[in-house]
Design a protein around this ligand. Sequence first.
Ligand SMILES: [Zn+2]
Length: 319
Amino acid sequence: MRVADFHCDVLSKLQSAPNIDFRKDARLDVTSERLMAGGVELQVFAIYLSAAQGKLSFERILGQIEAYRHNVVGTGGLQCLRWKEEAAGMAVTPSAWGMLSLEGVDGLEGNLFYAELIFELGVRFLGLTWNYANWAADGVLEQRNGGFTEQGRKLIEWCNDSGMLLDVSHLAPAGFWELAERSSRPFIASHSNAAAVCGHPRNLSDEQIGALVAMDGRIGLTFVPWFVTAGGDAKAADVLRHIEHVCTLGGSRQIMFGSDFDGIESWVEGLEHPGKYAEFAELLLRHYPEDEVKGWLYGNAQSFLASHLPAKTANIYLS
Ligand SMILES: [Zn+2]
């Protein structure tokens, strides 16, 4: 079964240990061998800068793009997905694709030209924040629950103009609702579950899920154990409760997956790495119609990209 996965954190591992072999290193959850074994034809690679490793600078963003270009695209042999025409072709011709996203705009240092540069280098999704406040907006663990700053509003405008897509996983609820008002394009939550099933602040309320469904955005259900079940002792079958909940809110066509592999240190039993997607697909097929399962695992992600990625002919030189 074909699979698209909208979030993993392997690039920060590749950046901090450049001699890791992305094809098969045992220290990684995501390797090119496992992507192939699991049928993962599209993997989104997040650029995530940890504050523990120093200043959140543009230079460190470039370091992870370098790791992606050399290890994932170069040695790993994945193609870099950037344009809507490629996303349309993907549906017809099976191939292994990678795509870049940025998790938290901190390292853009408030500079929109830096945003333009990473767009040029292939980054297509911006996650606005990690868990805390930055120059653009507040993250979910920021107690004051603020919306966007003036600079953050300019960033939304630039994204809408350029075709850089937005990701609200980690964004505080106030920011979510402000973005829903301001954004002229639908957005996604790349790795979040349903709060009604597991009440974690990183999960989405029914109102947020309803808004994503209404705008035809996407919800990447995630395999972070403590976002799946309250105690974090989770099995693959527990993910089904989140799927069913989103479906009861009318969101079957908006569901996709964003594992968060390599961003976690404990795993859902049966979903420890991308190679396990093959078994997970079988589990889903035992419970749900094939059409729907195909949509969740691949089709919904692919159709969003074929509609919303910029066209190759787009003018990215904004005035
Ligand atoms: Zn995350």
